[in-house]
Write a protein that binds this ligand. Structure first.
Ligand SMILES: *Cc1c(COP(=O)(O)O)cnc(C)c1O
Length: 354
């Protein structure tokens, strides 16, 4: 039986995407070829790439606004470095809200000077720092919009005079955002957009081409724009799953409609975490993520009993990240509300049995 999958990533995708993607592995609709054996230069795949790039911009409300969408490789982790390489001339400013945010800044140091202008590290990354001063020589400000490990999320974004750069790996397309306030967005596909193996880049063309150093071909976003995201063989299957997921999202009513569902899922689960005396939430209430709900047992010695209960109920993937411990329920776009309700029932049943 299919499990209720709360994995932080790779994570659940819509059932329809699993079905269509598996059919395409046998034969992509009417082509006589599997998606896995098809040339990336075939007209069928070129059309998939074009539709995926256009739909990413459409869902973000950025069509015709000077932005380009790319499906590259390397994961968000490579784009920590690549984003800095494309934008950093004098200094990159960073807000440190967790492990990924910190890693982004560390990788940018391979390019040039960086400055961490605010951090919630001292506080165990339980909140999003709101106070900071942007250095005069900053080329951009980098933020991590959702902190997958600690379960914090931005709901208001910095307003700055330099390009805002964001790692949106774990909350892209989960809600409405002022996408046009961002100069560069990158997101590993495997949380909310598709199969692992590709990274979505959305970039405002105006901000590129301003650095004086040379950029190696495959890390240069301008090269990928020129080549329509086909500088070399793109990860064809992963891109196809992104297209299917984005088409599913569009059918649901897009980011505005999914936001309503995501809000409700998060509300229900946090309500139980707060109500149930056996549990406590990790992050500060005002900055709590709607994608990753991080919580702990008040009495850790009960963990074996709780773990047995949720495992038996068919729940998978709620063990916390090794750096935080406890539990993390990732409730991305594709996770049905029924799975959240089941987890809540298990928590309530646990309360009665203790
Ligand atoms: C998962 C995650 C990453 C790492 O992504 P990779 O694609 O594995 O490199 C980076 N940032 C955030 C916010 C994440 O959630």
């Amino acid at each position: 039986m299919k499990k209720h999958n709360f994995s932080a990533g790779p994570s659940i995708l819509p059932t329809e995407v699993f079905e269509k993607a598996s059919q395409a592995v046998i034969e992509l609709e009417g082509t006589g070829l599997s998606i896995l054996e098809m040339s990336h230069r075939s007209k069928e795949f070129v059309a998939i790439m074009e539709r995926a790039r256009a739909l990413a911009l459409e869902l973000a409300g950025l069509t015709g606004k000077g932005y380009q969408a790319l499906f590259l490789q390397g994961g968000a982790s490579l784009h920590f470095y690549a984003s800095a390489l494309n934008l950093l001339e004098r200094k990159g400013a960073y807000i440190d809200t967790g492990t990924w945010a910190h890693k982004a800044e560390v990788e940018a140091q391979f390019v040039g000077a960086t400055e961490v202008i605010a951090s919630s590290r001292e506080n165990g990354y339980r909140n999003i720092p709101k106070e900071y001063v942007l250095p005069k020589d900053a080329d951009y400000l980098h933020i991590t919009t959702n902190n997958t490990i600690y379960g914090t999320e931005y709901f208001e974004y910095p307003k700055v005079s330099v390009p805002l750069v964001a790692d949106m790996s774990s909350d892209i397309f989960s809600k409405e955002m002022p996408f046009d306030d961002f100069g560069l967005i990158y997101a590993g596909a495997q949380k909310n957009i598709g199969a692992v193996g590709t990274t979505l880049i959305i970039v405002c063309e105006d901000i590129l081409g301003k650095v004086s150093h040379k950029i190696p071909t495959h890390l240069d976003y301008q090269v990928h724009i020129k080549n329509e995201s086909m500088t070399n063989t793109p990860p064809t299957f992963a891109v196809y799953t992104c297209l299917l997921t984005m088409e599913w999202l569009k059918k649901q009513g897009g980011v505005a409609a999914i936001e309503v569902k995501n809000k409700e899922k998060a509300r229900l689960l946090y309500e139980e975490v707060d109500r149930n005396p056996l549990f406590k939430g990790y992050a500060d209430v005002k900055d709590r993520s709607r994608m990753n709900v991080v919580f702990n047992l008040v009495d850790e010695s009960l963990s074996d009993r709780f773990n047995a209960l949720w495992t038996e109920a068919g729940i998978s993937g709620i063990k916390g990240h090794r750096s935080v411990g406890g539990y993390r329920a990732s409730i991305y776009n594709a996770l049905p509300i029924e799975s959240v309700q089941l987890l809540i029932e298990v928590m309530q049943h646990f309360e009665k049995t203790v």
